[in-house]
Structures are given as structure tokens and as C-alpha cells.
Write a protein of this length. Structure first.
Length: 187
């Protein structure tokens, strides 16, 4: 398999196994009530994390993993709380998604940098980097497409107003545990 395909699979697995990124993504889409909002939020997150992923993977940006991993956990707490306090459906939600996307991209690169060392020597950096990023994006689309029918069903059954706050509180609580664990170096 070529570098693109190999790294596509690695990126896909990374997002689908990355519970912290999945919790953040779920927190973002949980409150979106329109396709426009959903598209804006997911697009801002994607563009932002793709940018810092590339910069970090190419050694143009270096942030210690303890910082990025702790900030990723804090972003989960923030989104869970924001969903409850403000409903998360503000016109500025895409900005929050973009800012935290920058942090998540630096976190994704922590996994990628070690794997890229070998392909960089062979001159195959770009196919590997693009493959990894596309794999992450496909994984995110899978997650969004899996969550949307459940959110639609909750809406139709009149349960959304009960489910969203509860799930958001759980997301924030798990994020809080992750913040403490990452600060103390537990994982």
C-alpha cells in the first residue's frame, strides 16, 4: 500500500479510537439545529486542525504534548459547559470550534510526527500527511453521520431538550477527569 493509503488508515483509526476528539466533536454537533450551523462548525474545526496538524508534522510548530493534551481535555469541558449555559447554538460557535480545532490539530500531530520520520527520509511526506488528514476527516464524517439520525430521532420524540443537557454534562465531566489525568500524567 502507498503512503497515502497507509496513513489514511492510520488517520481513520486515530479519530475513531480517539475518545477525546470524539467527545469534543459530539459536544460540537449535539446542539446544532441547522445544517448551516453544523457545516460551519465542522468546517471551522476541520480547517483549523488541518492547519496545525500540517504545521506541527512539518516541524514548523512545536507545542509540548502535556500542554496540547491538557488543552484538548479542557476544550471538552468547555464545550460541555457551553452547551448547558448558552445552548451552544450561537452565531459564534464556529469560532470556538476553530480555536479548539487548532489545539486538536497539534494533538493529532503528536501521533503523526513519529510515524512521519521514516517517510520524510523517502520524500513521501505530503502523501502521508494528506492521507492521515483525509483519514481523520472521513472518520469525523462517519461520526457525524452516525450521530445525526440519533439527534433527529431525539428531536422527533421530544427528548432533545432532556438528552442534550444530560449528555453535555457527561461530556464536561469526562473532560474534567481527563484534564486532571493529563496534568498528573495519568493515562
Amino acid at each position: 500500500m502507498n503512503e497515502f493509503g497507509t496513513f489514511f488508515n492510520i488517520g481513520l483509526r486515530h479519530i475513531l479510537e480517539g475518545y477525546d476528539h470524539l467527545l469534543f466533536l459530539l459536544g460540537l454537533i449535539l446542539v446544532a439545529r441547522s445544517w448551516r450551523t453544523l457545516l460551519a462548525v465542522v468546517s471551522a474545526f476541520t480547517i483549523a486542525h488541518s492547519t496545525t496538524l500540517a504545521l506541527s508534522a512539518l516541524d514548523l510548530l512545536a507545542i509540548p504534548s502535556i500542554i496540547t493534551e491538557t488543552l484538548i481535555a479542557a476544550s471538552i469541558v468547555y464545550v460541555g459547559i457551553e452547551n448547558n449555559v448558552r445552548g451552544g447554538e450561537g452565531s459564534q460557535r464556529w469560532i470556538v470550534a476553530g480555536l479548539f480545532g487548532l489545539i486538536h490539530g497539534a494533538g493529532f500531530s503528536g501521533h503523526l510526527v513519529g510515524l512521519l520520520k521514516g517517510v520524510m527520509e523517502q520524500g513521501s511526506t505530503w502523501p502521508a500527511l494528506i492521507g492521515f488528514n483525509v483519514g481523520i476527516e472521513v472518520g469525523q464524517v462517519i461520526v457525524v453521520l452516525a450521530a445525526l439520525p440519533l439527534l433527529w430521532l431525539a428531536e422527533k420524540q421530544g427528548l432533545r431538550e432532556k438528552i442534550v443537557p444530560e449528555v453535555s454534562r457527561m461530556i464536561a465531566a469526562v473532560g474534567g477527569v481527563l484534564v486532571v489525568a493529563r496534568i498528573w500524567g495519568i493515562e
